[in-house]
Design a protein around this ligand. Structure first.
Ligand code: DCP
Ligand code: MG
Ligand code: MN
Length: 441
Protein backbone atom coordinates (compact mmCIF):
# COMPACT_ATOMS: atom_id res chain seq x y z
CA UNK A 1 0.00 0.00 0.00
CA UNK A 2 0.96 3.60 -0.42
CA UNK A 3 0.84 5.97 2.51
CA UNK A 4 -2.16 8.27 2.68
CA UNK A 5 -1.47 11.65 1.15
CA UNK A 6 0.26 13.99 3.53
CA UNK A 7 1.00 11.29 6.11
CA UNK A 8 4.45 11.32 7.59
CA UNK A 9 5.86 7.79 7.27
CA UNK A 10 7.84 8.22 10.48
CA UNK A 11 4.57 8.09 12.41
CA UNK A 12 3.32 4.98 10.58
CA UNK A 13 4.86 2.58 13.08
CA UNK A 14 3.15 4.24 16.02
CA UNK A 15 -0.21 4.18 14.28
CA UNK A 16 0.27 0.54 13.33
CA UNK A 17 1.30 -0.30 16.88
CA UNK A 18 -1.74 1.50 18.29
CA UNK A 19 -3.98 -0.40 15.87
CA UNK A 20 -2.44 -3.75 16.86
CA UNK A 21 -2.71 -2.98 20.58
CA UNK A 22 -6.36 -2.09 20.18
CA UNK A 23 -6.96 -5.32 18.26
CA UNK A 24 -5.18 -7.22 21.05
CA UNK A 25 -7.29 -5.56 23.73
CA UNK A 26 -10.49 -6.32 21.81
CA UNK A 27 -9.59 -10.00 21.42
CA UNK A 28 -8.70 -10.20 25.11
CA UNK A 29 -12.05 -8.73 26.10
CA UNK A 30 -13.75 -11.33 23.91
CA UNK A 31 -11.74 -14.09 25.58
CA UNK A 32 -9.47 -15.01 22.67
CA UNK A 33 -6.11 -14.92 24.43
CA UNK A 34 -4.34 -16.65 21.56
CA UNK A 35 -5.33 -13.95 19.04
CA UNK A 36 -4.69 -11.26 21.65
CA UNK A 37 -1.21 -12.66 22.19
CA UNK A 38 -0.51 -12.73 18.46
CA UNK A 39 -1.51 -9.07 18.05
CA UNK A 40 0.46 -8.12 21.13
CA UNK A 41 3.57 -9.84 19.77
CA UNK A 42 3.17 -8.09 16.42
CA UNK A 43 2.71 -4.74 18.20
CA UNK A 44 5.94 -5.33 20.07
CA UNK A 45 7.80 -6.15 16.84
CA UNK A 46 6.47 -2.94 15.26
CA UNK A 47 7.49 -0.91 18.33
CA UNK A 48 11.03 -2.27 18.12
CA UNK A 49 11.33 -1.94 14.33
CA UNK A 50 13.93 0.72 13.56
CA UNK A 51 12.64 2.02 10.22
CA UNK A 52 9.26 3.34 9.06
CA UNK A 53 6.87 0.69 7.77
CA UNK A 54 5.34 1.69 4.44
CA UNK A 55 4.23 -1.66 3.08
CA UNK A 56 2.40 -4.59 4.69
CA UNK A 57 3.98 -7.34 2.61
CA UNK A 58 7.45 -6.04 3.28
CA UNK A 59 6.62 -5.84 6.97
CA UNK A 60 5.44 -9.46 6.93
CA UNK A 61 8.85 -10.48 5.60
CA UNK A 62 10.86 -8.39 8.03
CA UNK A 63 8.92 -8.49 11.29
CA UNK A 64 8.47 -11.41 13.64
CA UNK A 65 4.82 -12.07 14.33
CA UNK A 66 3.52 -10.19 11.29
CA UNK A 67 1.88 -12.55 8.81
CA UNK A 68 -0.38 -12.21 5.81
CA UNK A 69 -3.50 -11.17 7.70
CA UNK A 70 -1.79 -8.51 9.77
CA UNK A 71 0.00 -7.32 6.62
CA UNK A 72 -3.40 -6.74 5.01
CA UNK A 73 -4.54 -4.75 8.04
CA UNK A 74 -1.38 -2.65 7.90
CA UNK A 75 -2.01 -1.91 4.22
CA UNK A 76 -5.61 -0.98 4.91
CA UNK A 77 -4.54 1.40 7.68
CA UNK A 78 -1.81 2.95 5.55
CA UNK A 79 -3.99 3.44 2.48
CA UNK A 80 -7.33 4.39 4.03
CA UNK A 81 -6.18 5.82 7.34
CA UNK A 82 -8.36 3.42 9.29
CA UNK A 83 -9.32 -0.19 9.81
CA UNK A 84 -12.97 -0.93 9.05
CA UNK A 85 -12.91 -3.93 11.38
CA UNK A 86 -11.85 -1.78 14.35
CA UNK A 87 -14.36 0.94 13.52
CA UNK A 88 -17.04 -1.76 13.74
CA UNK A 89 -15.61 -3.25 16.94
CA UNK A 90 -15.58 0.13 18.67
CA UNK A 91 -19.30 0.49 18.19
CA UNK A 92 -20.10 -3.10 19.16
CA UNK A 93 -22.44 -3.16 22.16
CA UNK A 94 -21.74 -6.82 22.98
CA UNK A 95 -18.00 -6.25 23.18
CA UNK A 96 -18.28 -3.10 25.25
CA UNK A 97 -20.63 -4.96 27.61
CA UNK A 98 -18.05 -7.76 27.97
CA UNK A 99 -15.39 -5.15 28.65
CA UNK A 100 -17.49 -3.47 31.31
CA UNK A 101 -18.49 -6.67 33.13
CA UNK A 102 -14.89 -7.91 33.19
CA UNK A 103 -13.78 -4.84 35.10
CA UNK A 104 -15.08 -6.71 38.15
CA UNK A 105 -12.33 -8.75 39.78
CA UNK A 106 -13.34 -12.41 39.51
CA UNK A 107 -15.46 -11.93 36.39
CA UNK A 108 -13.68 -13.36 33.38
CA UNK A 109 -14.96 -14.04 29.91
CA UNK A 110 -17.04 -17.08 30.93
CA UNK A 111 -18.80 -15.34 33.82
CA UNK A 112 -19.35 -12.24 31.68
CA UNK A 113 -20.99 -14.33 28.95
CA UNK A 114 -23.12 -16.15 31.51
CA UNK A 115 -24.30 -12.80 32.89
CA UNK A 116 -25.09 -11.57 29.38
CA UNK A 117 -27.16 -14.69 28.82
CA UNK A 118 -29.19 -13.57 31.85
CA UNK A 119 -29.73 -10.20 30.24
CA UNK A 120 -27.13 -8.40 32.33
CA UNK A 121 -25.21 -6.13 29.99
CA UNK A 122 -23.85 -3.41 32.26
CA UNK A 123 -22.62 -2.78 35.80
CA UNK A 124 -25.68 -0.85 36.88
CA UNK A 125 -27.93 -3.79 36.04
CA UNK A 126 -25.41 -6.16 37.61
CA UNK A 127 -25.51 -4.23 40.89
CA UNK A 128 -29.30 -4.30 40.98
CA UNK A 129 -29.59 -7.98 40.05
CA UNK A 130 -26.83 -9.03 42.49
CA UNK A 131 -28.62 -7.23 45.30
CA UNK A 132 -31.87 -9.00 44.48
CA UNK A 133 -30.19 -12.39 44.08
CA UNK A 134 -27.29 -13.07 46.47
CA UNK A 135 -26.41 -16.28 44.60
CA UNK A 136 -25.77 -14.47 41.31
CA UNK A 137 -22.12 -13.70 42.07
CA UNK A 138 -19.35 -15.59 43.85
CA UNK A 139 -17.78 -14.23 47.03
CA UNK A 140 -14.82 -12.89 45.03
CA UNK A 141 -17.06 -11.25 42.42
CA UNK A 142 -19.21 -9.65 45.10
CA UNK A 143 -16.11 -8.13 46.69
CA UNK A 144 -14.87 -7.13 43.23
CA UNK A 145 -18.11 -5.30 42.52
CA UNK A 146 -18.21 -3.64 45.96
CA UNK A 147 -14.63 -2.40 45.65
CA UNK A 148 -14.60 -1.85 41.88
CA UNK A 149 -13.34 1.73 42.02
CA UNK A 150 -10.79 1.08 44.75
CA UNK A 151 -9.39 -2.00 43.00
CA UNK A 152 -9.00 -0.03 39.77
CA UNK A 153 -7.10 2.78 41.43
CA UNK A 154 -3.35 2.26 41.58
CA UNK A 155 -1.65 2.33 44.99
CA UNK A 156 0.85 5.18 45.51
CA UNK A 157 4.26 4.03 46.74
CA UNK A 158 3.93 5.97 49.99
CA UNK A 159 0.82 3.95 50.79
CA UNK A 160 2.55 0.72 49.68
CA UNK A 161 5.26 1.37 52.29
CA UNK A 162 2.63 1.64 55.02
CA UNK A 163 0.78 -1.43 53.81
CA UNK A 164 4.12 -3.30 53.84
CA UNK A 165 4.78 -2.15 57.41
CA UNK A 166 1.35 -3.35 58.54
CA UNK A 167 1.94 -6.84 57.14
CA UNK A 168 5.46 -6.88 58.55
CA UNK A 169 4.22 -6.13 62.06
CA UNK A 170 1.95 -9.19 61.85
CA UNK A 171 4.69 -11.37 60.29
CA UNK A 172 7.10 -10.36 63.10
CA UNK A 173 4.49 -11.07 65.75
CA UNK A 174 3.64 -14.45 64.25
CA UNK A 175 4.85 -17.62 65.90
CA UNK A 176 7.25 -18.49 64.40
CA UNK A 177 8.15 -15.07 63.01
CA UNK A 178 7.94 -15.02 59.22
CA UNK A 179 10.47 -13.49 56.85
CA UNK A 180 8.78 -11.47 54.16
CA UNK A 181 9.43 -9.54 50.97
CA UNK A 182 6.97 -7.36 49.10
CA UNK A 183 7.49 -8.32 45.46
CA UNK A 184 5.58 -7.41 42.29
CA UNK A 185 5.67 -3.93 40.80
CA UNK A 186 6.60 -2.50 44.21
CA UNK A 187 9.91 -4.36 44.24
CA UNK A 188 10.49 -3.24 40.66
CA UNK A 189 10.47 0.28 42.06
CA UNK A 190 7.23 1.48 40.50
CA UNK A 191 5.65 4.71 41.74
CA UNK A 192 2.29 2.92 41.76
CA UNK A 193 1.20 -0.69 42.21
CA UNK A 194 -2.00 -2.57 41.52
CA UNK A 195 -1.83 -4.69 44.65
CA UNK A 196 0.45 -5.86 47.47
CA UNK A 197 2.36 -9.07 46.65
CA UNK A 198 3.84 -10.55 49.82
CA UNK A 199 6.13 -13.54 49.92
CA UNK A 200 6.66 -15.32 53.25
CA UNK A 201 8.94 -18.01 54.60
CA UNK A 202 10.72 -19.24 57.71
CA UNK A 203 14.05 -21.13 57.97
CA UNK A 204 12.31 -24.07 59.63
CA UNK A 205 10.07 -24.61 56.59
CA UNK A 206 11.97 -26.99 54.34
CA UNK A 207 10.85 -28.06 50.90
CA UNK A 208 8.03 -30.56 50.85
CA UNK A 209 8.85 -33.90 49.20
CA UNK A 210 6.92 -33.05 46.04
CA UNK A 211 6.04 -29.71 44.50
CA UNK A 212 2.41 -28.96 44.97
CA UNK A 213 2.16 -31.21 48.00
CA UNK A 214 0.35 -29.05 50.49
CA UNK A 215 0.35 -31.81 53.12
CA UNK A 216 3.74 -30.76 54.41
CA UNK A 217 2.88 -27.08 54.49
CA UNK A 218 2.57 -25.51 57.91
CA UNK A 219 -0.65 -23.70 58.75
CA UNK A 220 1.07 -20.35 59.17
CA UNK A 221 -0.82 -18.61 56.39
CA UNK A 222 -4.15 -19.12 58.09
CA UNK A 223 -2.82 -18.00 61.50
CA UNK A 224 -1.24 -14.93 59.92
CA UNK A 225 -4.40 -14.05 57.98
CA UNK A 226 -6.49 -14.57 61.13
CA UNK A 227 -4.26 -12.10 62.99
CA UNK A 228 -4.45 -9.58 60.14
CA UNK A 229 -8.20 -9.93 60.16
CA UNK A 230 -8.47 -9.56 63.93
CA UNK A 231 -6.50 -6.31 63.78
CA UNK A 232 -8.91 -4.93 61.17
CA UNK A 233 -6.23 -4.66 58.48
CA UNK A 234 -7.65 -7.50 56.41
CA UNK A 235 -11.32 -6.78 55.80
CA UNK A 236 -12.21 -9.83 53.72
CA UNK A 237 -10.63 -13.09 52.59
CA UNK A 238 -11.19 -13.97 48.94
CA UNK A 239 -9.33 -17.27 49.04
CA UNK A 240 -7.19 -19.02 51.61
CA UNK A 241 -5.06 -22.08 50.94
CA UNK A 242 -2.00 -23.55 52.64
CA UNK A 243 0.37 -21.72 50.30
CA UNK A 244 -1.61 -18.83 48.86
CA UNK A 245 -4.04 -16.31 50.24
CA UNK A 246 -5.92 -13.53 48.53
CA UNK A 247 -7.34 -10.83 50.75
CA UNK A 248 -8.75 -7.34 50.86
CA UNK A 249 -7.02 -4.93 53.23
CA UNK A 250 -6.95 -1.26 54.11
CA UNK A 251 -4.85 1.12 56.19
CA UNK A 252 -6.09 2.32 59.55
CA UNK A 253 -7.81 5.74 59.41
CA UNK A 254 -5.00 7.61 61.15
CA UNK A 255 -2.34 6.07 58.90
CA UNK A 256 -4.36 6.95 55.84
CA UNK A 257 -4.90 10.51 57.04
CA UNK A 258 -1.15 10.93 57.50
CA UNK A 259 -0.76 10.29 53.77
CA UNK A 260 -3.15 13.03 52.73
CA UNK A 261 -0.93 15.93 51.84
CA UNK A 262 -2.01 18.03 48.93
CA UNK A 263 0.38 17.64 46.05
CA UNK A 264 0.20 19.50 42.78
CA UNK A 265 -0.28 17.51 39.65
CA UNK A 266 2.76 17.65 37.44
CA UNK A 267 2.83 19.65 34.31
CA UNK A 268 3.45 17.77 31.11
CA UNK A 269 3.90 14.09 30.81
CA UNK A 270 6.93 13.18 28.82
CA UNK A 271 7.22 10.90 25.87
CA UNK A 272 10.66 9.59 25.12
CA UNK A 273 10.34 9.19 21.40
CA UNK A 274 10.32 12.03 18.94
CA UNK A 275 7.39 14.39 19.14
CA UNK A 276 7.04 15.14 22.78
CA UNK A 277 3.87 15.93 24.63
CA UNK A 278 3.19 19.58 24.08
CA UNK A 279 0.73 19.99 26.85
CA UNK A 280 -0.56 18.06 29.78
CA UNK A 281 -2.69 19.11 32.64
CA UNK A 282 -4.89 17.60 35.22
CA UNK A 283 -6.88 18.70 38.17
CA UNK A 284 -7.33 16.64 41.27
CA UNK A 285 -10.32 14.44 40.72
CA UNK A 286 -11.08 16.22 37.53
CA UNK A 287 -10.30 15.94 33.92
CA UNK A 288 -6.92 16.10 32.31
CA UNK A 289 -5.72 16.06 28.80
CA UNK A 290 -2.74 14.89 26.87
CA UNK A 291 -1.87 16.56 23.63
CA UNK A 292 0.72 15.10 21.34
CA UNK A 293 1.97 16.60 18.13
CA UNK A 294 1.85 13.40 16.16
CA UNK A 295 0.24 9.99 16.19
CA UNK A 296 1.53 8.96 19.57
CA UNK A 297 -1.55 9.03 21.66
CA UNK A 298 -1.52 5.30 22.39
CA UNK A 299 2.06 5.46 23.53
CA UNK A 300 1.39 8.54 25.56
CA UNK A 301 -1.57 6.98 27.30
CA UNK A 302 0.40 3.88 28.07
CA UNK A 303 3.22 5.88 29.54
CA UNK A 304 0.97 8.06 31.60
CA UNK A 305 -0.60 4.88 32.97
CA UNK A 306 2.76 3.38 33.85
CA UNK A 307 3.77 6.71 35.36
CA UNK A 308 0.94 6.34 37.76
CA UNK A 309 -1.96 8.19 36.31
CA UNK A 310 -4.96 6.02 36.23
CA UNK A 311 -7.74 6.54 33.82
CA UNK A 312 -11.17 6.45 35.31
CA UNK A 313 -12.24 3.52 33.20
CA UNK A 314 -10.96 1.21 30.54
CA UNK A 315 -13.64 2.56 28.25
CA UNK A 316 -12.03 5.93 28.47
CA UNK A 317 -8.74 4.45 27.42
CA UNK A 318 -9.92 2.56 24.39
CA UNK A 319 -12.46 5.25 23.55
CA UNK A 320 -9.58 7.66 23.63
CA UNK A 321 -7.49 5.85 21.08
CA UNK A 322 -6.50 8.01 18.21
CA UNK A 323 -8.34 8.12 14.95
CA UNK A 324 -5.91 6.14 12.85
CA UNK A 325 -5.98 8.75 10.14
CA UNK A 326 -4.83 11.54 12.35
CA UNK A 327 -1.22 12.43 11.78
CA UNK A 328 -1.55 15.88 13.27
CA UNK A 329 -2.17 16.93 16.85
CA UNK A 330 -4.22 14.54 18.96
CA UNK A 331 -5.96 15.05 22.22
CA UNK A 332 -7.26 12.59 24.72
CA UNK A 333 -9.29 13.41 27.74
CA UNK A 334 -8.97 11.33 30.83
CA UNK A 335 -10.00 11.44 34.43
CA UNK A 336 -7.13 11.68 36.83
CA UNK A 337 -7.96 9.39 39.68
CA UNK A 338 -4.61 9.11 41.33
CA UNK A 339 -1.23 10.70 41.36
CA UNK A 340 2.07 10.11 43.12
CA UNK A 341 3.23 11.95 46.16
CA UNK A 342 1.23 9.85 48.51
CA UNK A 343 -2.28 10.94 47.98
CA UNK A 344 -5.34 9.90 46.12
CA UNK A 345 -7.42 12.38 44.26
CA UNK A 346 -10.19 9.89 43.60
CA UNK A 347 -13.46 11.63 44.20
CA UNK A 348 -14.85 8.87 46.41
CA UNK A 349 -11.74 8.50 48.54
CA UNK A 350 -13.09 9.79 51.83
CA UNK A 351 -11.23 7.15 53.81
CA UNK A 352 -8.59 4.50 53.28
CA UNK A 353 -9.10 2.67 50.03
CA UNK A 354 -9.61 -1.09 49.95
CA UNK A 355 -6.58 -2.83 48.45
CA UNK A 356 -5.83 -6.30 47.16
CA UNK A 357 -3.31 -8.27 49.21
CA UNK A 358 -1.70 -11.43 47.77
CA UNK A 359 0.18 -13.63 50.22
CA UNK A 360 2.33 -16.64 49.40
CA UNK A 361 4.13 -18.96 51.78
CA UNK A 362 7.10 -20.90 50.38
CA UNK A 363 9.76 -23.27 51.72
CA UNK A 364 13.03 -21.50 52.44
CA UNK A 365 14.96 -23.27 49.63
CA UNK A 366 12.42 -21.95 47.16
CA UNK A 367 12.53 -18.40 48.47
CA UNK A 368 14.96 -16.96 45.90
CA UNK A 369 13.13 -18.55 42.96
CA UNK A 370 9.84 -17.36 44.40
CA UNK A 371 11.09 -13.80 44.92
CA UNK A 372 12.29 -13.86 41.32
CA UNK A 373 8.96 -15.15 40.02
CA UNK A 374 6.78 -12.92 42.18
CA UNK A 375 8.82 -9.82 41.31
CA UNK A 376 8.12 -10.23 37.61
CA UNK A 377 7.50 -8.65 35.31
CA UNK A 378 5.38 -11.31 33.59
CA UNK A 379 7.32 -10.76 30.40
CA UNK A 380 10.65 -11.03 32.18
CA UNK A 381 9.51 -14.30 33.79
CA UNK A 382 8.51 -15.66 30.40
CA UNK A 383 11.84 -14.80 28.83
CA UNK A 384 13.82 -16.28 31.73
CA UNK A 385 11.78 -19.47 31.62
CA UNK A 386 12.48 -19.87 27.93
CA UNK A 387 16.21 -19.45 28.55
CA UNK A 388 15.95 -22.26 31.12
CA UNK A 389 14.09 -24.51 28.68
CA UNK A 390 16.74 -23.90 26.01
CA UNK A 391 19.33 -25.11 28.52
CA UNK A 392 17.39 -28.28 29.35
CA UNK A 393 16.27 -26.85 32.65
CA UNK A 394 13.03 -25.66 34.17
CA UNK A 395 12.53 -22.45 36.09
CA UNK A 396 9.44 -22.08 38.21
CA UNK A 397 8.40 -20.27 41.35
CA UNK A 398 9.65 -23.35 43.23
CA UNK A 399 13.20 -23.37 41.96
CA UNK A 400 15.56 -24.04 39.10
CA UNK A 401 15.55 -27.69 38.07
CA UNK A 402 17.52 -29.88 35.74
CA UNK A 403 15.26 -32.00 33.58
CA UNK A 404 16.25 -35.41 32.24
CA UNK A 405 14.58 -38.56 31.04
CA UNK A 406 14.44 -41.29 33.68
CA UNK A 407 14.87 -44.99 32.92
CA UNK A 408 11.08 -45.38 32.64
CA UNK A 409 10.93 -42.59 30.05
CA UNK A 410 9.33 -40.16 32.46
CA UNK A 411 10.90 -36.76 32.99
CA UNK A 412 12.87 -36.38 36.20
CA UNK A 413 13.30 -32.91 37.66
CA UNK A 414 16.04 -32.25 40.16
CA UNK A 415 16.52 -28.94 41.95
CA UNK A 416 19.90 -27.28 41.32
CA UNK A 417 21.65 -26.92 44.67
CA UNK A 418 22.78 -23.55 45.99
CA UNK A 419 20.10 -21.38 44.39
CA UNK A 420 19.84 -19.18 47.48
CA UNK A 421 19.86 -15.82 45.71
CA UNK A 422 18.41 -14.34 42.54
CA UNK A 423 22.00 -13.72 41.38
CA UNK A 424 22.76 -17.46 41.63
CA UNK A 425 19.76 -18.26 39.42
CA UNK A 426 20.74 -15.70 36.76
CA UNK A 427 24.27 -17.09 36.83
CA UNK A 428 23.17 -20.72 36.54
CA UNK A 429 21.23 -19.72 33.45
CA UNK A 430 24.25 -17.92 31.99
CA UNK A 431 22.42 -14.59 32.15
CA UNK A 432 23.70 -11.22 33.26
CA UNK A 433 22.04 -10.16 36.50
CA UNK A 434 19.22 -7.65 36.20
CA UNK A 435 18.14 -5.57 39.16
CA UNK A 436 14.35 -5.63 39.82
CA UNK A 437 13.91 -2.15 38.33
CA UNK A 438 15.37 -3.45 35.05
CA UNK A 439 12.88 -6.30 34.72
CA UNK A 440 10.16 -4.51 32.81
CA UNK A 441 10.43 -5.59 29.21
N1 DCP B 1 3.15 -13.32 37.55
C1 DCP B 1 3.47 -14.04 36.39
N2 DCP B 1 2.49 -14.48 35.57
C2 DCP B 1 1.20 -14.23 35.85
C3 DCP B 1 0.85 -13.51 37.01
C4 DCP B 1 1.86 -13.07 37.84
O1 DCP B 1 4.65 -14.26 36.13
N3 DCP B 1 0.25 -14.67 35.02
C5 DCP B 1 4.21 -12.83 38.43
C6 DCP B 1 4.88 -11.63 37.80
C7 DCP B 1 4.21 -10.48 38.46
C8 DCP B 1 3.99 -11.03 39.86
O2 DCP B 1 3.68 -12.39 39.66
O3 DCP B 1 5.04 -9.34 38.46
C9 DCP B 1 2.90 -10.31 40.61
O4 DCP B 1 1.70 -10.33 39.88
P1 DCP B 1 0.80 -9.04 39.77
O5 DCP B 1 -0.37 -9.40 38.94
O6 DCP B 1 0.50 -8.50 41.13
O7 DCP B 1 1.68 -8.03 38.88
P2 DCP B 1 2.59 -6.78 39.26
O8 DCP B 1 2.81 -6.69 40.72
O9 DCP B 1 3.80 -6.89 38.40
O10 DCP B 1 1.76 -5.54 38.75
P3 DCP B 1 0.62 -4.71 39.54
O11 DCP B 1 1.23 -3.44 39.95
O12 DCP B 1 -0.45 -4.50 38.52
O13 DCP B 1 0.15 -5.54 40.69
MG1 MG C 1 1.21 -6.72 42.04
MN1 MN D 1 -0.61 -9.65 42.75
Amino acid sequence: GTPAAGADPSTNNQRIEAMLLELAETEKVKGDNVRAGAYFKAAKAVREHPSPITDGKKAAKELKGVGKKIAEKIDELLSTGKLARLERERGDAGTSSLRQLQRVSGIGIKAAEALQAKGIMDLLTLRARAEADPTLLTHEQTLGLTHLEDFESRIPRAEMLRLEAAVRRAADAHSPPLDMTVCGSFRRGKAFSGDVDVLLTNPSFARVPEDGDAAGTPGWLSTLVAALKASGFVTAVIALGAKKAACVCRLADDEWRALQQPTALPAPMEVESAGAVSEGSGEAGGEGSIVTDCGQLGDCLRRSLSDGYSLSSRETMSGGSPPASAAGPQTASFDVSSFSGGFDVGAGASGPRYRRLDLRLVPCESYAASVLYFTGSDEHNKSMRSVAIAKGMKLSEYGLFTVRKGTDGKLVEEPLPGMHTEQAIFEALGMAYKAPAERDL
